[in-house]
Design a protein around this ligand. Structure first.
Ligand SMILES: [Ca+2]
Ligand SMILES: [Ca+2]
Length: 480
């Protein structure tokens, strides 16, 4: 097994929209136990170039921001199927394999201060860079001026760069840094508190530290802020914490730490000064790298892990679902595997297969409402949605006089739900809204009637519902 768990990153798979639509997978082949509501992936963007992340600005604009590995950040307006360039730093970024522009986080006060932060590997030497940018006077375009906050040398190997940064509920910026690469962490970086590799860092971007000469400050209660150890470290013992998130209700941090040849793990809660085990442990398993150190009481072992059966190879940490659309039960943690394309759900007790996809899942993300998105490195962002669409139409019957006329029927459904309208009679014509997505209106006309029978009737099928249309040659008109 290749030591690089995200090695497939170099592969670019173009997954077309029709394949995505085929995901309406009512597959509940559980790894064990629980039954979840049916979900599907609804394509949102399909023409991206190696997207690595999706997030929102938290500014009420409802925009999505997509990170492309080569160094672009794209912005997507609500309901749009296209993007425009928000920031282009391709010239600064070394991209390919596990490297590139990997993370993006907006300041909690972005709507007033316009500050945001990126995580990338630097052209030339592959160092990890955390830097700050700001929006320009135009809300959909960033100012290109960079303010570098932190640079972490990563010279030896191309893999295990980490790649995530996000603000915690304490308004500090958390950063997930890989162990420096290779296999079995040869320098033992993750257990070494004198290096920033193999760590979750926490910094205060709202204050500088004049004494240390850093453009950020270290929170006073960081575990090694006083005495031995690098001040920026919040927790340690990680191999490649590629993705983490904070539960927007509880504030608890969940980390997907990519494993080596055996176990993929999710860690929660992440606590100040916690030692999460690598390279002594991989998931719950003692690695044998430091056999005498294996003592589970001395480490924070995962909340759960899984093995490499079924083509699984690399966990992509996700989010605790807190959306309003009841896509999943609130509190469900959603995550996936980069290689198998499976999306999983953890309900606090068991891991379940939620959806099987053909994607190389590079990331998950949230919109401002807490709905979840899945990023496929092949070029897609899709929203996780409930699979079953329900529709209501109004009215459900209509009567016309012998001269015919025009009328409309309203369709009510969820924004991602598609529908069509057809008449089963040649004397009824659909004049508008023969197809739609989300709530809408169908317009139609009825031709004059010169037949011998008192009445005729037909059906317009709208979103699978029946609108019965009746027409009479009798006068006076039957009350409509
Ligand atoms: Ca220290
Ligand atoms: Ca661990």
């Amino acid at each position: 097994m290749n030591t690089s768990r995200l090695r497939g990153f170099v592969a670019v798979l173009f997954i077309n929209t029709s394949r995505l639509r085929g995901f309406v997978a009512a597959l509940f082949v559980c790894m064990s136990g629980s039954v979840l509501a049916a979900t599907q992936l609804v394509p949102v963007l399909t023409d991206l170039s190696s997207p690595t992340a999706v997030t929102n600005a938290g500014d009420g604009s409802q925009r999505l921001f997509v990170v492309e590995q080569a160094g672009d950040i794209l912005v997507r307006q609500p309901q749009s199927f296209t993007t425009t360039v928000f920031l282009d730093i391709r010239g600064k970024v070394m991209a390919g394999g596990e490297r590139g522009l990997l993370g993006l986080a907006f300041h909690p006060d972005y709507s007033t201060n316009g500050r945001f932060f990126v995580y990338y590997t630097r052209a030339g030497d592959g160092a990890i860079v955390i830097s700050e940018y700001r929006v320009s006077p135009k809300p959909d375009v960033a100012d290109a001026s960079e303010r570098i906050l932190l640079t972490i040398p990563h010279p030896t190997n191309a893999n295990h760069n980490g790649g995530i940064l996000a603000f915690g509920p304490d308004r500090f910026l958390y950063i997930g840094v890989g162990d420096g690469g290779s296999a079995n962490d040869p320098p033992d970086n993750a257990q070494n508190i004198d290096t920033l590799l193999g760590k979750i860092l926490r910094i205060d971007v709202d204050h500088a530290d004049a004494v240390a000469g850093t453009p950020y400050a270290v929170p006073a209660d960081n575990p090694f802020a006083k005495g031995a150890g690098r001040d920026e470290i919040f927790a340690y013992g990680f191999r490649n914490p590629w993705r983490f998130s904070f539960d927007r209700v509880t504030g608890v941090q969940w980390v997907g730490d990519v494993g080596q040849n055996a176990r993929e793990e999710v860690d929660m809660p992440i606590v100040r000064g916690g030692n999460y085990g690598w390279r002594v442990y991989e998931g719950f398993a003692c690695t044998g790298n430091d056999l005498t150190l294996c003592d589970p009481s001395k480490y924070r072992l995962p909340i759960f892990d899984y093995d490499h059966s079924g083509g699984r190879c690399s966990v992509t940490g996700g989010y605790v679902y807190r959306g309003a659309q009841d896509t999943l039960p609130g509190g469900t943690y959603v995550y996936g595997d980069y290689c198998s394309g499976e999306i999983f759900a953890w309900d606090g007790t068991t891991q379940s297969l939620l959806l099987r996809t053909p994607l190389n899942i590079s990331s998950f993300g949230e919109d401002e409402q807490g709905e979840l998105y899945v990023v496929g490195l092949g070029g897609t962002v899709s929203r996780l949605a409930a699979a079953s669409c329900t529709y209501a139409i109004s009215p459900v019957r209509e009567t016309f006089p012998k001269d015919g006329g025009a009328a409309s029927v309203a369709v009510a459904t969820a924004p991602e739900c598609a529908w069509t309208a057809q008449s089963d009679a040649p004397w009824i014509s659909i004049t508008g809204g023969a197809a739609g997505v989300g709530s809408g209106t169908v317009n139609y006309t009825v031709e004059p009637y010169a037949g011998k029978a008192k009445t005729r009737s037909a059906t317009i099928t709208v979103a699978g519902q029946s609108l019965v249309v009746r027409q009479t040659r009798l006068r006076p008109l039957i009350r409509r």
